[in-house]
Design a protein. Sequence first.
Lengths: 159, 224
Amino acid sequence: MKRLSNSLMPPLQPVLKKIGWALLAVSLLGFIDAAYLSAKFYLGETPTCFLLKGCDVVTTSSYSSVAGVPIALFGALFYLAVFVLSLAFLDRRAPKLLKWIGAISVPGFLFTLYLVYLQFFVLHALCIYCMFSALTSTTVFVLALIGMRLLRRTQVNAV
Amino acid sequence: MESNEISAKSIAMWVGAALLITIVLVGVVKFAGSKEGTPGENPIVAGLVPVSEKDWVRGASTGVATLIEYSDFQCPACASYYPLVERIVSDYSDSVRFVYRHFPLGQHAQARGAASAAEAAGRQGKFWEMYRLLFEGQSEWAGNPTAEKTFESYASQLNLNMEKYRADVTLSEVQDIIQTQYEGGIKANVNATPTFFLNGRKLQNPAGYEAFKQLIDAALATSS
């Protein structure tokens, strides 16, 4: 179908488009990671305890689930939401979609800080999958922040 | 104002993304559930310390098959293997000799204390009784700074002489036994717990009782 109303959908700024793709990629990586941890949880498997690694401590600790639901599943849903929103943003080019990503990435980032704090100061054990997720959620937060700043600037310019 | 037209490009994008997510989900579940390793292919581990009278041994005295476990009382995976091992030991009581060796990992703050408790109980003839209580009660004491108190309650539950128990727990001899077994594990390239050796060959941890049974049966078939 040919697009008639091009003026209603202005082309995205190249930088914003790049940010959209980056958000898409990072959220997919985070999703794979969190889905893997969730699958492990529901398969009822206990990770083998490794020398110099604390994945067993972290993923079997009382902090690893809330009312029987693994934290990783919340993570997977978060990344899936970011993924869908970035896709929608790239497709529809509506600034509000990027703002939504920004809005959900704030609690996501705060929760990440809490989980990293737990690993370092409460459990004294680090889990590589959890730290990878911390990295991806921080990246989502930073990208969303940059994207929103760029949006604001273009909107100001437009007025 | 948004355009409600649907271009071929955006359909392709969404269908592609939905496919991608589906593939990822299937792949992740498959990968998470996959069991590595084939039985019987592993070489004899040269660095493995031979079974001696210093070891805690259960089951057949002149075992056709010897199963050595390097384990850590605070390791969740070890606790989940504990009932499997119990079943193996009772089902193969006349053909399998089971040896338990300490391999307390650094990230498990109470693992050495638990190993000491088992050794101290062993000095009063109740190593295996304490071993059971420690694994069965792991969630009560793991990660708990006052785990020593829980171990003492186990000791009194086993009617141990508490004065002797308290003295033995801190004994340097007991610490040496644990350290020697740990170092033996390092020599045998143990880097995770539980690690099982069957007739000197390192096992890929079996996925369940049936898989464990198959490994034992295979070892018994080749050695008889």
